[in-house]
Ligand binder design. Structure first.
Ligand code: F0G
Length: 438
């Protein structure tokens, strides 16, 4: 099957108006967010034939199919051809870590079959690279002269790396004092013009949108529907890693709700294209102090909330998530749930994931802490197969790790405080003896 028969369009999710796929507008006139849809004028590959095509591409030695995003080109951006801005990205591992499974399963009862989809293994250390390869590819197609985003750090880091690859200047609006050190370091290193805004992420988002409207920069936040097309591949790839046998649950940290929305779209399309016949349920997990989506969920999504966010997980410190409507649909269509976890649980989950040698940033651990809560509440049943997505790498936020392990009043679970010694063997012996008594 050639890609020539593919037709992609942008459709307003609110009013249904249709725009060409290269229309650079960021939103419909009615205020609705756009969505990319891929149709085909002739017969298209589906089911077993499509699975076989994707499986065959896993052996690629060069070209775009090396990427764990472009491998699924027919369902991502079929008209992009081979001229894509790719690192390559994706191809992230699906891990099984007994220590994490035991912690999430809790005492008694059955063991959950927990797998960790570690998106921190992307080139800039977070899942954002998957959306950015498609976003930058499209920015070039529409003739953008500069790209921009609001960010808690990861989107900006991915933007910087891919803008460098694509040869475009990049601008990021970040909340001053609330960006983890590893991310700020990446922004500066990749050459992003970094604006430290005296305000929270939501203020940054408003400023970025105004800049797009009035100063003409191409916006690459997740309201950009091409970003979500790339992020769908987290789901496609994990399904492929499970030999197209869907898990019972996919659990994901939720902030601005781009991923939640992308996962819902990916699953609906995977079913419609015959890749799978059964839909996993999505569980979106928010930090308790930044949980406007969970508040709406508890009210049956009767209304949208906006909160002043507080959490140690700076990546999801968001009070007015942009992809709210799309994410509601994702939860409804997959019979999903939305839950919350307190910062203390999120940090404990992180310490367990870190100590298992996997490691992740604080926001990522929300998926494992949320899994534990849902198991405790009996919503995830014993023996269920769960894929928890770890969205970002351990090295993104070194300060939070040091702070956790240095805490003494009281020392948190799993605290591993470095010990200062004089350069004498006797001191090493003393430490080892103490350890053996523990
Ligand atoms: N995990 C990490 C590590 C993130 O960086 C983000 C979002 C999320 C989870 C939440 O995902 O927004 O799709 O619900 N980070 C954005 C940023 C806001 O600017 O990097 P979401």
């Amino acid at each position: 099957m050639t890609v020539a028969s593919a037709i992609s369009r942008q459709v307003c999710a609110a009013c249904g108006r249709v725009f060409s796929e290269t229309d650079p507008r960021r939103q419909c006139e009615c205020g609705g967010l756009l969505e990319v849809r891929h149709d085909h004028s002739g017969p298209r590959l589906t089911g077993a034939a499509l699975r076989a095509l994707f499986d065959a591409r896993r052996g690629a030695l060069h070209g775009p199919f090396l990427s764990g995003v472009w491998r699924y080109r027919e369902m991502v951006l079929p008209t992009a051809g081979d001229d894509v801005v790719t690192y390559p990205e994706g191809n992230t591992p699906l891990l099984q870590r007994p220590g994490v499974t035991a912690w999430a399963s809790g005492r008694g009862g059955g063991r959950t079959d927990l797998l960790l989809k570690h998106e921190g293994h992307n080139p800039t250390g977070s899942f954002k690279d998957r959306g950015m390869t498609v976003g930058l590819t499209n920015a070039r197609r529409v003739g953008a002269t500069a790209v921009a985003c609001a960010s808690t750090g990861n989107t900006g880091a991915a933007l910087g790396a891919y803008a460098a690859l694509g040869g475009l200047p990049a601008l990021a609006f970040v909340p001053k004092g609330h960006v983890a050190l590893g991310k700020l370091m990446q922004l500066v290193a990749y050459g992003v013009r970094t604006l430290l805004v005296n305000g929270d992420f939501d203020a940054c988002q408003e400023l970025a949108l105004a800049s797009s409207d009035q100063l003409g920069v191409y916006i690459l936040n997740s309201i950009n529907p091409f970003r979500l097309e790339g992020q769908k591949t987290i789901v496609f790839e994990l399904l492929q890693q499970l030999d197209w046998e869907p898990p019972d649950w996919i659990v994901v940290p939720a902030g601005n709700l781009g991923n939640t929305a992308a996962f819902g779209k990916a699953l609906a399309e995977a079913r419609d294209w015959g890749l799978i016949t059964r839909l996993p349920r999505i569980a979106a997990v928010q930090a308790e102090g930044a949980a406007p989506f969970a508040m709406s969920y508890r009210e049956g999504f009767a209304r949208r909330h906006r909160v002043e966010p507080h959490t140690v997980a700076s990546a999801i410190r968001i009070g007015n998530p942009a992809s709210y409507e799309r994410a509601v649909r994702a939860i409804r269509e997959t019979d999903g749930v939305v839950t919350t976890v307190p910062d203390a649980d999120l940090l404990e989950a992180k310490a367990v994931i870190d100590a298992a040698g996997a490691g992740c940033e604080p926001a990522s651990a929300a998926s494992v802490a949320g899994t534990r809560r849902l198991i405790q509440e009996g919503i995830i049943s014993a023996g269920a197969r769960v894929v928890a997505v770890l969205t970002g790498h351990l090295l993104k936020d070194p300060e939070s790790v040091i702070r956790y392990h240095q805490e003494t009043a009281p020392a948190p679970p799993g605290a591993n405080r470095p010990i200062e010694i004089e350069p004498r063997l006797a001191e090493v012996e003393r430490v080892l003896a103490k350890d053996s008594r523990r």
